[in-house]
Design a protein around this ligand. Structure first.
Ligand code: AMP
Length: 275
């Protein structure tokens, strides 16, 4: 697997790759969820590229940018083993020179749920994805359903800014107890780790209640009751899969979305509801 750190070298490497080229953007601290994206890309594409970049633009001033786990050596071994051909690992100044001042603004969807709790988060995501797409110019972009709102925001950007790339969304990879894999799970202490799967339980309880035909508020009350009493719920809601607008009754395709804090660690998860 080849590693490049400048835009010029990345361009040359990605441009020369056999097509179709699949691309997997990550912030590193890789786990099996990330690697599943690489494996899916390997199955579908002739070449597989990835990036590792902890994107400062998508972190708020009081968030975990400085302590976000970084382990480039291990990440490169994992990417290579999962089938990646090349990885772009830019520095902060390569992506954002000191006078950087151009951003991709996100419409109303970017201010709901994650966007409401993390102002400017999605603007950071769209800006970095726009840059990475312009550098790598892939045919297929692989994103995880784990970050469903991010995938919806990026899908809209790609459609509205006419990026010539397809998106493949990969189902969420979970631990055996249901906890969605996340680089942030390593912040959890043993007690919090034992409580964290209740976020998934809350989603399942909400879905089961909706399936029984109860009102949304009743379903969300049942879901909330399944969450550990020690956790702090930021939101639990039923939303339209494309717009992320809250739904009053189940109308697939939809997501049940949730975010909660376990101590200082904020985790998100969702369930996709199809027809
Ligand atoms: P991140 O490194 O958190 O920016 O994630 C990079 C990509 O991996 C994003 O498209 C995520 O949605 C995806 N991803 C993260 N965790 C998982 C998971 N547990 N299952 C599937 N995809 C994931």
């Amino acid at each position: 697997m080849e590693t490049v750190d400048t835009v010029t070298r990345a361009r040359a490497l990605f441009d020369a790759a056999p097509r179709p080229l699949g691309f997997v953007p990550t912030m590193g601290a890789l786990h099996d969820g990330h690697l599943e994206l690489v494996r899916r890309a390997r199955l579908r594409c002739a070449s597989v590229g990835a990036s590792i970049f902890v994107n400062p633009l998508q972190f708020g001033p009081n968030e975990d940018f400085a302590r976000y786990p970084r382990d480039e050596e291990r990440d490169r071994v994992k990417l290579s083993q999962a089938g990646a051909d090349m990885v772009f690992v830019p520095s902060g100044t390569t992506m954002y020179p000191v006078d950087f001042s151009t951003f991709v603004e996100v419409g109303p969807m970017g201010h709901l749920f994650e966007g409401a709790h993390r102002p400017d988060h999605f603007r950071g995501v769209t800006t970095v994805i726009a840059k990475l797409l312009n550098i790598a110019r892939p045919d297929v972009l692989f994103l995880g359903q784990k970050d469903a709102q991010q995938a919806a925001v990026v899908r809209k950007m790609i459609a509205e800014l006419n990026y010539p790339v397809e998106i493949e969304i990969v189902p969420t990879v979970r631990e055996r107890d249901g906890l969605a894999m996340s680089s942030r799970n390593r912040y959890l202490d043993a007690t919090q780790r034992a409580q964290a799967p209740t976020l998934y339980r809350a989603l399942e309880a909400t879905r089961d209640a909706l399936d029984r035909g109860v009102s949304k508020s009743q379903a969300i009350a049942e879901g909330t009751a399944a969450l550990s009493a020690s956790a702090k719920l930021d939101y639990l809601d039923l939303v339209d899969a494309d717009s992320f607008a809250p739904l009053e009754r189940l109308r697939p395709p939809a997501f049940i979305v949730a975010a909660a804090r376990f101590g200082g660690t904020r985790l998100i998860d969702n369930l996709w509801i199809t027809e």
